[in-house]
Write a protein that binds this ligand. Structure first.
Ligand code: ATP
Ligand SMILES: Nc1nc2c(ncn2[C@@H]2O[C@H](COP(=O)(O)O)[C@@H](O)[C@H]2O)c(=O)[nH]1
Length: 194
């Protein structure tokens, strides 16, 4: 049987810097990034099929009913889900896959795919998380408040994950994530030798 790819999950509270760190990681490591579906409205500049597949709630629910998602969750009033088929196709082709998703979904992946390697990105402090989320300027004050409320609970779950990376600087967090990816690839290679 040919080698399967490794499924990686990058999670953590909204605004912690998952997307920023992942963009740097992808400059140095070949990874298939899953494109999620969401019912959230596109932000200025976001395009359907690029950042997300933007679905109506009915379309999203239809895909849930068809078992089309590897995981899905409601977050801050909107639905988000990982389309299963492209992820499986990439893993079967031997390519490593990365999901960048929120914490409830990441917990589901553990149940569905116990082999997945899950990395929790944590902020250096709660005050810094608040600064980053507010500073990004993509949500109004009410949405920022809701996301921070959710973050308080999400941070208590960090210890459930395989690795915790504190995103102090983007450079250091990128190096830490790359080291994890390398280590997990070495582990997979050893399993094959046996
Ligand atoms: N190490 C860092 N130091 C300072 N600012 C950072 C750092 N990492 C990310 N940021 C900034 O924090 C903001 C949020 O980052 P980003 O959008 O990557 O977060 P996210 O976790 O992907 O959020 P979401 O889950 O909502 O998609 C951005 O403005 C980004 O430039
Ligand atoms: N459970 C899932 N969470 C997802 C997915 N795609 C993205 N996300 C996460 O949702 C929040 C909010 O995203 P935003 O784009 O509105 O800021 C963030 O933490 C994303 O990582 C998914 O498929 N499933």
């Amino acid at each position: 049987m040919s080698k399967q790819g490794i499924l990686f999950v990058l999670t953590g509270p909204s605004g912690v810097g998952k997307g920023t760190v992942l963009a740097e990681v992808c400059k140095q490591k070949e990874l298939y990034l899953s494109t999620s579906a969401t019912t959230r409205e596109p932000r200025p500049g976001e395009q359907d099929g690029v950042q997300y597949y933007f679905l109506t709630r009915e379309q999203f629910e239809q895909k849930v009913a068809e078992n089309g998602f590897l995981e899905h969750a409601e977050f801050s009033g909107n639905c988000y889900g990982t389309p299963a088929e492209p992820v499986d196709a990439q893993l079967d082709a031997g390519h490593d896959v990365m999901l960048e998703i929120e914490v409830q979904g990441a917990m589901q992946v553990h149940q569905m795919r116990p082999d997945a390697v899950r990395i929790f990105i944590a902020p250096p402090s709660f005050a810094e998380l608040e600064r980053r989320l507010t500073g990004r300027g993509t949500e109004d004050a009410d949405a920022v408040r809701r996301r921070l409320e959710t973050a308080k609970h999400e941070l208590t779950l960090a210890k459930e994950f395989d690795y915790i990376v504190v995103n102090n600087t983007v450079e250091q967090a990128t190096a830490d994530v790359l080291a994890i990816l390398r280590a997990e690839n070495c582990r997979a290679a050893q399993v094959e030798i046996k």
